[in-house]
Write a new protein. Structure first.
Length: 348
């Protein structure tokens, strides 16, 4: 696996998240940065230094594993001090740095406790403190929140962001959870089958995905497959459901295209939008101020709408199977390349 391109981006991305499906190469890439794996080509650059041949214990990085790997027979303070002791750091400096690390992760009062006396969230903080006490230039996190329950995971996301902003160390985190990536990252690298699909801010990934894979992986999208694509003064795309729609010529290159619309852009039973369809109401998943609504166009063909405000109540009062109009603005549609040749993608 080649890793030259993405690692040179670390310095400009204080909190970089590697996002992709299971088995796509995210953790392998993280292990290359740490030195536990050797790339077949390219370089592992941290700043201006080539670390490709540097052993793991000599690299200015530290790693927090998914399992935390906290030593069960040591107190919290001894867990955090362990790496410093192995380096032969003076006892007085170890005491000072451990106290600073405990304060940083808000565990000062738990210094003498054993790991089995801690909650999952507290054990995760011990693992973070043990990694940070060595003052790495880059902190690597391999799905660090996956073992936590949903509510605690939300809390720890915010704490990770605050921690990174406080200490100013670059974070590289692996996750397959798009909500998690969007919540913490300054930039997200979407990885697919060992290659980088796109790297951008969360907002740019969502609003301007490079291709159909990214649009489908970041958030939700409704796709329409073209019957024909013509280029003249405008890009004309025809689909069976929508007929012919025109877009600017720079909307997307090539002829292997698909159209997409985000669920929140759909309007139900409103005279808004220049793209209109008639559907039947399917399942409605009520989620407080928002409802996710299934819209049935034909057997086996559905759309997803995310409705807010008054539309939540209005849709909730309708019978399943009722006829309902769907509309949206044509300029809100995404014109995307699909099935791009993987050899044309930047290597991760």
């Amino acid at each position: 696996m080649t890793c030259r391109w993405i690692l040179k981006k670390v310095n400009s991305s204080p909190f970089l998240v590697l996002l992709g499906p299971s088995g796509c190469g995210k953790t392998t890439l993280l292990r290359m940065v740490s030195g536990f794996e050797t790339p077949t080509s390219g370089q592992v650059m941290i700043g201006s230094e080539d670390m490709t041949g540097t052993p793991p214990n000599k690299r200015p990085v530290n790693m927090v594993f998914q399992s935390y790997a906290v030593f069960p027979h040591m107190t919290v303070a001894k867990n955090i001090a362990y790496g410093l002791k192995m380096e032969g750091i003076a006892a007085a400096e170890i005491k000072t740095r451990v106290a600073e690390a405990l304060d940083l992760v808000k565990l000062s009062q738990f210094a003498s406790r054993m790991p089995d006396q801690l909650s999952s969230g507290q054990r995760q903080r011990v693992a973070l403190a043990r990694a940070l006490v060595k003052k790495p230039r880059v902190l690597l996190l391999d799905e660090p929140l996956s073992a936590l329950d949903a509510k605690l995971r939300d809390t720890m996301r915010l704490e990770l962001v605050k921690l990174q902003q406080t200490i100013g160390v670059s974070f590289i985190m692996v996750t397959h959870d798009q909500d998690e990536a969007m919540a913490v990252a300054d930039r997200i690298a979407v990885v697919d089958n060992g290659r980088l699909r796109q790297i951008a801010s969360p907002e740019d990934l969502y609003r301007q995905p490079k291709d159909a894979f990214v649009a489908g992986f970041i958030g939700k999208a409704n796709f329409f497959e073209p019957i024909s694509v013509e280029r003249g003064d405008l890009l004309k795309v025809t689909t069976s459901e929508l007929g012919e729609l025109s877009f600017s010529l720079d909307a997307a290159g090539g002829d292997n295209l698909t159209l997409a619309i985000r669920p929140e852009k759909l309007r139900l039973d409103e005279e808004i939008g220049d793209v209109r369809l008639i559907a039947r109401l399917g399942d409605v998943a009520f989620q407080g101020e928002r409802s996710n609504v299934e819209l049935i166009l034909s057997p086996g063909r559905t759309l997803l709408a995310a409705v807010h405000g008054d539309a939540v109540k209005r849709v909730g009062e309708m019978e399943e199977g009722a006829e309902i109009s769907v509309s949206w603005m044509r300029e809100d549609m995404l014109v995307l390349r699909r099935d791009e040749d993987p050899n044309s993608l930047p290597q991760a």
